[in-house]
Design a protein around this ligand. Structure first.
Ligand code: BGC
Length: 338
């Protein structure tokens, strides 16, 4: 297994493994030009192999949950691993986060990157069809980290790929993320049941702790007495992104960390964003340089199709058929604000 370092002309740097396509570190400047690592992770591959809550990894074949580990496609029912209570999560026992990807580095005019390829055999983790997946990581001189996903199949199947980096824009291990100020370009979200499966309702965020349409600290309402926050133990919900007409990447989220001045913007072609506030981090994992990951020491913003789409006919489809191309693009853009 190999590690790769991507470095942009102005010093932004990302370290990436071919195992799981894991983004181990991302170093970006603060408002004084000081670089810090802003993602959670481990020092060694052995730590990732032992136990990881998907730190920095590519998620597939299906990012997020599938209710009861079951879905029906073209009249046939498929059974998947129940690896998250009664449900299937993030592709199963050995998803795309736990395979070694074939990696090919490239150098562009104003960018550097890696092309990751993996062929998932027919029946892997219970999913039908041979899926050929390509995920391209590009680091640009504009301080963007871009993920381009592509997949094909030889039988009808499900594909919903995402990236599971946990961020702390103050710096990895430097406390909880409750002071980060989040703006989400979402008028609606998908409420869940107590096992975090969407009920099927698309609910307005208006008047709820899920209204991030104006900049709001993650911690401002996270402990309110709200059924959805109770089910998620905080934020662990899919937001329905407001979309333009052209299908290109649109702004999904903006996250600002006041002490460092770091700003991260997320653009995506996907219809949804899982905002997870690190509620299951509980101080049992030790990350890079031995830091202890306590409650809410990182947050994830997973661009995706909605959870449990295969069992929710009214949600945008995650079915991929032979002859079709799965394509998805997400951009993490880093900047600073005074
Ligand atoms: C899920 C969380 C889960 C986390 C790590 C997120 O995508 O929404 O519920 O705990 O991944 O497994």
């Amino acid at each position: 297994m190999s590690a790769y370092t991507l470095k942009s002309a102005n010093g932004m740097e990302a370290r990436v493994l071919d195992y799981g396509g894991i983004v181990v570190s991302v170093r970006v400047p603060d408002r004084h030009g000081r670089f810090d690592d802003v993602v959670l992770g481990y020092d060694s591959l052995a730590d990732y192999l032992r136990s990881s809550p998907y730190f920095g990894a590519i998620i597939g074949r299906y990012g997020n949950r599938i209710a009861g580990g079951r879905f029906t496609l073209d009249g046939k029912t498929y059974t998947l691993a129940k690896n998250n209570g009664p449900n299937h999560l993030h592709g199963g026992l050995k998803g795309f986060d736990k395979v070694v990807w074939d990696a090919a580095p490239f150098q562009g005019a104003d960018s550097v990157g890696l092309v990751f390829r993996y062929t998932s055999p027919d029946g892997e983790e219970g999913y039908p069809g041979t899926v050929r997946a390509t995920v391209t990581y590009t680091l640009t001189d504009r301080n963007e980290l871009i993920f381009d996903y592509h997949a094909t199949t030889d039988r009808a199947t499900l594909v919903n790929l995402t990236q599971h980096s946990y961020f702390n824009l103050a710096g990895d291990g430097k406390g909880d993320i409750l002071g980060h100020v989040v703006t989400l370009n979402a008028d609606r979200f998908t409420p869940v049941d107590s096992t975090l499966i969407p009920t099927g309702e698309i609910r307005s965020v208006s008047g709820t702790p899920f209204d991030f349409r104006t900049p709001t600290a993650i911690g401002a309402r996270i402990d309110q007495d709200d059924e959805q926050l109770r089910y998620g133990r905080g934020y662990d919900h899919n937001f329905v992104l407001n979309k333009g007409a052209d299908g290109g990447p649109t702004l999904a989220a903006r996250v600002y960390e006041p002490s460092s001045g770091r700003l991260m913007e997320i653009y995506t072609t996907e219809p949804g964003l899982q905002f997870y506030s690190g509620n299951f981090l509980d101080g049992t994992l030790r990350g890079k340089h031995g830091v202890v990951y306590r409650h809410r020491y990182g947050f994830a913003m997973e661009t995706q199709h909605f959870p449990d789409s295969p069992n929710k006919p009214s949600f945008p489809s995650t079915t991929l058929r032979p002859g079709e191309q799965y394509r998805s693009r997400t951009i993490y853009k880093f900047a600073v604000q005074p």
